[in-house]
Design a protein around this ligand. Structure first.
Ligand SMILES: N[C@@H](CCC(=O)N[C@@H](CS)C(=O)NCC(=O)O)C(=O)O
Length: 261
């Protein structure tokens, strides 16, 4: 396999970023971590470090007590850099991508990258809704019946629709000579697509297996991103926490298709 076009991390500098995200799970923070890791950027995962107070560090920022005069965020993940803060996964990934050679240079392609990233965010939100269709603050066990209905629709209609869309995007881009989601170089969108496919494979292995024959390009991209040296080394490191039932992608067998006969 030829390997994805380089350029990733080409603008490598060594700033210290601070990621503020709930400790103990991948969650949406993982989308940011993957960009930081592929960039080779130095960062501190604040809530995972005892000296910053764990979960209290996250609450302090959300309550607006620790924003140092910057724009306060509504929810994590949050990136702190040079005394300022940025929230929203798509926004943080764009910011980091621009700084580290992981976003297109061209302005129109940047808008396209943003469109794709926001569409990934829509899919991620719907994947989350499969186990929390009614109230995000309530336990899964309290909304199990609605979760079954939501998840069934998700597997039957939404998952195939989103993945067919992203497969089509790769197909269109390959007709223009690109081998990535947007433009001709690896970008944060490819990293986010990888993470989303990993999460879907964890949460809905049977439903995804049924769609897989129709998404060869996405599967190849997933494999290539996993094989990028910095990503492979991150995935093998203790910094990469496993998926689990506190995160966005949760494995509840009753929400997946039954196994193929
Ligand atoms: N659209 C936001 C969603 C942020 C979000 O929902 N964060 C979750 C954790 S993954 C959270 O803690 N939300 C708390 C809240 O919304 O009050 C993004 O993409 O960053």
């Amino acid at each position: 396999m030829r390997g994805l076009p380089p350029g990733a991390g080409a603008n490598h500098v060594a700033p210290t970023y601070e990621l503020i995200y709930w400790p103990g799970l991948q969650g949406r923070g993982e989308y940011v971590r993957l960009v930081l890791e592929q960039a080779g950027a130095a960062y501190r995962d604040i809530a995972r470090l005892d000296e910053y107070g764990g979960v209290d560090a996250v609450f302090a920022v959300i309550r607006g007590e620790d924003v140092a005069g910057g724009l306060r965020p509504l929810a994590p993940p949050i990136l702190r850099h040079e005394g300022r803060m940025f929230a929203q996964v798509a926004n943080i990934c764009w910011y980091l991508g621009r700084r580290h050679g992981l976003a297109p240079e061209d302005e129109l392609l940047q808008a396209e990258a943003n469109q794709l990233q926001l569409t990934i965010a829509d899919l991620v939100a719907e994947a989350h809704n499969t186990h929390h269709p009614i109230a995000p603050a309530r336990r899964y066990e309290e909304q199990r019946e609605h979760a079954r209905v939501y998840a069934e629709q998700f597997r039957r209609a939404r998952l195939p629709k989103f993945l067919a869309y992203f497969e089509g995007v790769l197909e269109d881009n390959s007709a223009r000579g690109g081998r990535t989601m947007v433009g001709d170089q690896l970008s944060y969108v490819d990293l986010s697509m990888f993470q989303t496919l990993e999460g879907l494979a964890y949460a809905f292995p049977n439903a995804l297996a049924r769609v897989e024959p129709t998404i060869p390009r996405l599967l190849a991209l997933r494999q290539e991103v996993a094989g990028l040296p910095r990503i492979a080394s991150y995935l093998a490191s203790p910094r990469r926490l496993p998926f689990g039932e506190d995160g966005i992608f949760r494995r509840y067998p009753e929400l997946d298709d039954p196994p193929a006969a």
